[in-house]
Design a protein around this ligand. Structure first.
Ligand SMILES: NC(=O)c1ccc[n+]([C@@H]2O[C@H](COP(=O)([O-])OP(=O)(O)OC[C@H]3O[C@@H](n4cnc5c(N)ncnc54)[C@H](OP(=O)(O)O)[C@@H]3O)[C@@H](O)[C@H]2O)c1
Length: 158
């Protein structure tokens, strides 16, 4: 069975994760960590994250699985469209990284084995929030926390 890993960067104070289709902050080390963790694995994302964040350019050296209710297709290598989250999870890959956005995080939360979070300190304006992870924290154990300047990396295992 695949390990399902939710990977997200979240504003600590209000749970903001996005602003007009983009990340509200620029943290190069977070992007580096995201790449290190996900490289050579499968990333699962919602159609909006695919269109607005990635601008329909797949992450290289990863299988990009995009969830949409529409019947979408692509000729790009390493890009697959699925019609439901359960279809996205129905894969034999070793690790499946759920990389957002908010609607996908919310639906995936009950299935995830691990969360790799970047908790960003301070106030950020945005229009997309993911706060529900806090409601389920009693189901998880914090196994690692690494403080950086203005943010920290936290790993939670179920
Ligand atoms: N901070 C972070 O770590 C992070 C990571 C990723 C994204 N984000 C931010 O999150 C925002 C986007 O999040 P979002 O919630 O608006 O959109 P999203 O989750 O990226 O995409 C939503 C779309 O996914 C499809 N979808 C969702 N659930 C589905 C289901 N069960 N079955 C079929 N299709 C389904 C639908 O596409 P159709 O409409 O085509 O059916 C839906 O409109 C952006 O601002 C982005 O920057 C932040």
């Amino acid at each position: 069975m695949s390990e399902i890993i939710l990977i997200a960067a979240i504003a600590q104070t209000n749970g903001v994760i996005g602003d007009r289709g983009k990340l509200p902050w620029s943290i190069p080390e977070d992007l580096k960590r995201f790449r290190q963790l996900t490289l050579n694995h499968t990333v699962i994302m919602g159609r909006k994250t695919w269109e607005f964040d990635l601008q329909k350019r797949p992450l290289n050296q990863r299988t990009n699985v995009i969830v949409s209710s529409q019947s979408l297709t692509s000729n790009l290598p390493n890009v697959e469209f699925v019609r439901s989250l359960s279809e996205a999870f129905d894969r034999s890959d070793e690790k499946l990284f759920v990389m957002g956005g908010a609607s996908i995080y919310r639906q995936a939360l009950e299935f995830v084995d691990r969360m790799e979070l970047t908790i960003v300190e301070g106030d950020y304006n945005g229009d997309v929030y993911f706060l529900e992870w806090r409601d389920r924290l009693d189901e998880f154990q914090l196994v690692r926390s690494e403080q950086r300047n203005g943010y920290r990396f936290e790993t939670y295992c179920r």
